[in-house]
Each structure stands twice: as C-alpha cells, then as structure tokens.
Write a protein that binds this ligand. Structure first.
Ligand SMILES: [Zn+2]
Length: 202
C-alpha cells in the first residue's frame, strides 16, 4: 500500500527510533532513562512551537502548519477570532496546556503534532488544511480517526522509547509501578498503559 495511512506499527517504531537517535542516541541506547525533551527535539528539526489559544473552548489542542498561510486563532484579549499568518513548519500548541499541573498533556500534544509532521506531510501539504489535534474526535470520519490514531501511536513511541520502557518496567515493580513509570517518562498513566499493552508487557 502506498499511502502513509497504512504505516505499520513496527515502521512507526523505526521512525520514532530514528528521530530520537538523531537528536541524542542515549535516548534509545544504553542504560538509564531520561525524559524525552520533545520540545527541544521539535526545534532541532527546524520547526517552531507557538503557544496560542486555538479555539475559544479548548477543543483543539494542537495544530501543525504544512503550508504558509493564515490560520484562525482565538485572540483572548480581543475575545474574538482573528487570522494569523503562520509559516510552514509551525506547531501551534494550545496555550491552555501551559497551565496544566502535570505537563504530560502538553508533551503528548507536542509529540502528536511532531508525528503528523513526520508521517502526514503528503496528506496535508498543498491541501490548505492543517493537521489538528482535537480534544474529541468522535465526530470525525474514519480516515481522520485513522490518521489521528497513527499520530497517537507515533507520539507514544517518541515519548516512550520501547527499549527504555522495558528497562524501567523490569526495574520498577509493585502496586504503583505504572504511575512511577509514567512520571519517569513524563506521560500520563493512560498513555503508559497503552504503550505497555502494545508490547504485551501488561
Ligand atoms: Zn492530530
């Protein structure tokens, strides 16, 4: 199949591994776990992160700009929407995520948008549309859901390099194991559970 819509799980793992290795091999190789510095990695690729209010109701958490153009954003001061020029390679993160107690949602949104940039360019480039991470995608089409799921899987692989997860998983046991793991990697408990399940660890 030629479309990136059908990228297989092991291919997504390889894409994540390569991206991390390029930034810092220690993120995937050797002993010891360090939080993946996702914002720094994004910037090292020449992308720009912008914190803006995307929608008034916080419905959209992130948006990746594939073509230079005007993007509607909510202007908190003026209390209305405006069009803002954004260049290709801008990742817009909803400013509401900055106020979060834990930064796991912010980190996951960054990773999700980076995933779109890495694997969905051909789908969006020239379409005049931006890939967006919505809070609730239940109303989207099957194709959209598939693309979003793929970005989520790659985001998980980026934030939780599987070799390191396995290392930590066997080191940390006990009742709060998943919580401790989640904290160590800077992700939510739910994301960590999904990652462990993907690899048959739980
Ligand atoms: Zn998305």
């Amino acid at each position: 199949m030629s479309s990136s819509r059908y990228l297989r799980g092991d291919l997504l793992e390889a894409i994540a591994r390569n991206a991390l290795k390029k930034y810092d091999p220690h993120l995937v190789i050797g002993m010891g776990v360090q939080r993946v510095p996702i914002e720094e990695i994004i910037e090292s690729m020449g992308l720009t992160i912008e914190y803006q209010y995307i929608r008034r109701d916080g419905r959209i958490l992130g948006e990746t700009v594939f073509d230079d153009g005007y993007i509607p954003l909510y202007d908190m001061k003026k209390r209305k929407y405006g069009l803002f020029f954004m260049s290709r390679g801008t990742i817009i993160i909803d400013a509401s995520l900055l106020g979060d107690k834990t930064d796991s949602r912010l980190r996951f949104t960054c990773a999700h948008e980076l995933a779109h940039w890495l694997i969905h360019q051909e789908l969006y480039r020239g379409s005049g549309e931006a890939a967006a991470m919505a809070n609730n995608i239940s109303k989207s089409s099957d194709t959209d859901r598939c693309i979003e799921r793929q970005a989520d899987i790659l985001a998980g692989a980026l934030l939780m390099p599987i070799g390191k997860v396995k290392q930590a998983f066997y080191r940390i046991s006990g009742e709060n194991g998943i919580e401790v793991l989640a904290k160590e990697f800077g992700v939510s408990k739910e994301s960590m559970k999904i990652r462990l399940r993907e690899h048959g660890l739980i």
